[in-house]
Design a binder for this molecule. Structure first.
Ligand code: 4NP
Length: 148
């Protein structure tokens, strides 16, 4: 799960998807394309929204996307078009490019939708992000269950 800062959207996405998958079968992680918040805890507003939905993301610490992630992970989900482009720029072949997908494409194919950055907004923005990620993660789980 990849966003810009790895403190708002992708920590929520990581926590939500992890809560829906068997930890013995899947590794779920998140990072940011920027180095702005390396080592930081998730934003308090993301922690609070996650907790409201019974998910604990307090142990997460922000990391930056790096090219090894292309080898470690089978699926790389970008939260928005800008992050998608930044990840793709680092890919070295089509196998790597094909691992990267805009996350909302799983729920709303061919619409090119972004998970909006809630950083400068209020709490409702975080709840909205939670709701869209929760729905998309349900779709991701059914895709994974069919493929693996
Ligand atoms: P995120 O949100 O990409 O969802 O973690 C942001 C967090 C911090 C900044 C931008 C977006 N920032 O510019 O510091």
């Amino acid at each position: 799960m990849v966003c810009l800062g790895n403190i708002c959207r992708s920590p929520l996405a990581e926590g939500i998807l992890k809560s829906k998958l068997d930890p013995n079968k899947y590794i779920v992680a998140s990072c940011g394309t920027s180095n702005y918040h390396i080592g930081s805890k998730p934003d308090k507003r993301s922690i609070d929204i996650a907790r409201k939905h019974n998910i604990d993301i307090t142990e997460q610490r922000a990391a930056q996307f790096n090219v090894n992630n292309f080898k470690t992970y089978d699926y790389i989900y970008a939260m928005d078009n800008s992050n998608y482009q930044n990840i793709i720029k680092l890919a070295s072949n089509n196998t790597e490019i094909n691992k990267v997908k805009l996350i909302l494409e799983e729920l709303y194919p061919n619409q090119n939708l972004d998970v909006p950055d809630p950083y400068y907004g209020g709490e409702q923005g975080f709840e909205d992000v939670y709701q869209m990620l929760n729905k998309t993660c349900d779709t991701i789980v059914s895709i994974l269950e069919k493929r693996h």
